[in-house]
Design a protein around this ligand. Structure first.
Ligand code: HMG
Ligand code: MG
Length: 308
């Protein structure tokens, strides 16, 4: 038998549901629902919440209420409220809204970069350079996300070297954290490890995270693969909400409830109260008028005789 691998004792989860989840809704989601959801996630013990994005409302109208949402949330001490920003205009909005952290997002494929942010990878890095500098000058932390790190809807396969190259460019411009994203949920564990290792060549272990959409049902296996590498930060989305408007057919992120259940089952501490998290999921699904995508929430609801 091979020696047991020591998994991290504690994992930090960032719930991206209010942003990655709700950016993909067809109908209008009132700001008050977003605000209530963010409050419930904070009360459930999530240490990080991606609250909204300051992007062009022409591109993503669902996030047009970013300033209103940020002004109405009740901030809980110790919780990091982050927002996506694609350019300096977005950063202005984020700073005015007193976001704790901003997320710049680049792609590991040229085709996706053009579709998602209307520029090449190199241009996106140059666009981020002043954004990162201004954020750091203002004392705001900067995370980076690398989209389509495990496959691209337009280009197909994405080599780990492409992920490593974007990670290096992000380090160069001062991005403090590197999130490796499987936007279309096609990755499997060994491929995930290779992409993560490419990012780890540029970033230390505690500044690399995984962001897995669950389109092909591989996300939990990919989280486990990351744990084996010692990675201890993950994005996830309450009730498995979400997708990306520029990745057709891609489903939501892995459900936070499912990741919490996995981690707690492994004896890994998250600080998250699964019961309260399920309540947040029930609330938002009720308001969206659809069932949860969390297998764990469905199973526990059925066990407890609750309608889902
Ligand atoms: P563009 O059209 O090339 O930019 O878009 P532009 O500078 O020509 O601006 C167009 C219009 O938008 C202008 O308005 C700007 O003022 C306005 P007009 O003059 O025509 O009235 N504008 C803005 N308004 C508010 N806030 C802003 C902003 N910027 C411009 N920040 C741009 C380029 C990058 C702006 C656009 O492509 C964009 O906003 N893209 C965002 C796409 C997006 O949000 N995608 C989803 C998030 S990424 C994701 O989900 C992946 C992730 O989850 C990881 C993963 O799973 O892969 C993170
Ligand atoms: Mg995403």
């Amino acid at each position: 038998m091979s020696p047991a691998i020591a998994l991290p004792a504690r994992v930090r989860l960032v719930d991206v549901g209010p942003r990655d989840g709700l950016q993909n809704e067809k109908g209008d989601v009132p700001a008050e629902v977003k605000v209530a959801l963010i409050g419930m996630l904070a009360d459930a013990g999530l240490p990080g919440i991606e609250a909204t994005s300051f992007v062009s409302p022409k591109w993503v109208p669902q996030m047009a209420d970013a300033a209103e949402v940020m002004s109405r949330i009740r901030r809980k001490a110790g919780v990091t409220y982050s927002v996506l920003v694609p350019n300096l205009k977005g950063l202005e909005g984020a700073l005015a809204a007193k976001a704790d952290e901003v997320v710049v997002f680049a792609a590991a494929s040229e085709a996706f970069s053009q579709r998602n942010i209307n520029c090449s990878i190199a241009e996106s890095i140059e666009r981020f350079r002043p954004v990162v500098r201004a954020a750091l000058d203002a004392g705001v932390r900067v995370r980076g996300a690398i989209s389509v790190a495990l496959g691209c809807p337009y280009q197909g396969e994405v080599p780990p070297a492409a992920v490593g190259e974007v990670a290096r460019r992000m380090v160069d411009i001062g991005v403090q954290h590197c999130g490796v994203a499987d936007t279309i949920g096609v990755g499997t564990p060994n491929a995930t490890k290779r992409a993560m290792e490419a990012a780890l060549a540029a970033y230390p272990l505690d500044e690399v995270s995984g962001h897995f959409h669950d389109t092909y049902g591989q996300a939990l296996a990919n989280v486990y693969a990351c744990l084996e590498l010692g990675i201890a930060t993950f994005d996830a989305s309450v009730a498995g909400l979400g997708g990306c408007p520029y990745a057709k057919g891609a489903t939501g992120n892995v459900a936070t409830e499912d990741v919490v259940y996995l981690l707690h089952g492994l004896g890994i501490d998250t600080g998250v109260d699964l019961g309260r998290l399920r309540a947040a999921g029930r609330y938002v699904c009720g308001r969206l008028g659809r069932p949860t995508n969390s297998r764990v929430a469905r199973a526990l609801d059925a066990k407890e005789g609750m309608a889902t």
